[in-house]
Write a protein that binds this ligand. Sequence first.
Ligand code: KG4
Ligand code: ZN
Length: 352
Amino acid sequence: MIVLGLESSCDETAAALVNDEGRILAERIHSQIAAHEPYGGIVPEIAARAHLDHLDGLVAEVMAEAQLDFCDLDGVAAAGGPGLVGGLLVGVMTAKALAAFHRLPFLAVNHLEGHALSLRLKEDLDFPYLLLLVSGGHSQFLIVEGVGQYVQLGTTVDDAVGEAFDKTAKLLGFPYPGGPAIEKAAKAGNAKRFDLPRPMAGREGCNLSLSGLKTAVRQTVTRLGEEWNQANTVADLAASFQAAIGDVLVDRAQNAIRLFRARHSSGDAFVVAGGVAANAYLRTRLSDVTARENMRLCVPPPELCTDNGAMIAWAGIERLRLGKTDGLDFAPKPRWPLDPNAQAKGGERPRP
Ligand code: KG4
Ligand code: ZN
């Protein structure tokens, strides 16, 4: 079984061909970071136009590299949401057109399901498992019970973790995306110098709230006056901020493990996916928790953690195996929680 997967929900345009043994036959990712960098965040109109400019070319390139014809495929999958509607439309319309013309099944994949199942592309990982999805647009604790079966344990009530990194980085004068820059600066910093809040820590459940932390960094910068701009102060701010995020995630992860165990007697994998999973400091903090709680911390390789087409193709394969295909009347969903009951618990805001 071979599926073509398209990703265009945010600022990466991607196409990949994946087979049912988990082999990536070909893949291309076009990052739009340079186009958005001058604005310090993602500009939806620029993103949609860039997806339109690049997607067809990327599809042609992966088909040529894998030396496949469309009649060799078993389905065409596209991220159908959640995300920026302009970009979603480009991917969904392209996939639908290819599917209709070549008489192939069309699969509308929830982008978050792509992240949630991505590790199964690489290794044998049985359901159920616990998932922390942390990216620029999403921060959720979920129990993955099967394909299409998710229980949301908690989410952010304001900023996503990656978004908090990006906004704080902008404040500290780092370029977008800010996560890698903050992690690097924090290495030379003193994490104890600034006493920043740990929002939600100690509370029940595993929701997150990060806008207060971002505001606290802003207030600290204002209080410091001219001094904040010195290299060691910036490093100390970065380290103090990152440590606060680490403490919050550790606290929330402990509760998530408890909630997971209350529901399932089997399953010991704690999967961390999304761009923020690239942060080595946060991974170490979380691995301390999983070691204490007798769980395994599992992180997909970095190229599968950030947005990519292979995870969409793979989720398409998982869905196709179960006969879960979609009609050509599918409309992109800017908001699309994995857990249908999650909206009532308070969903995330669409980014940016
Ligand atoms: O999953 P992703 O590539 O795109 C989406 O947001 O969907 O994640 C990008 C996010 C950005 O907010 C970026 O700042 C953050 O992941 N990020 C990091 C690190 N690398 C990327 N955050 C903290 N530390 C990092 N090393
Ligand atoms: Zn993503």
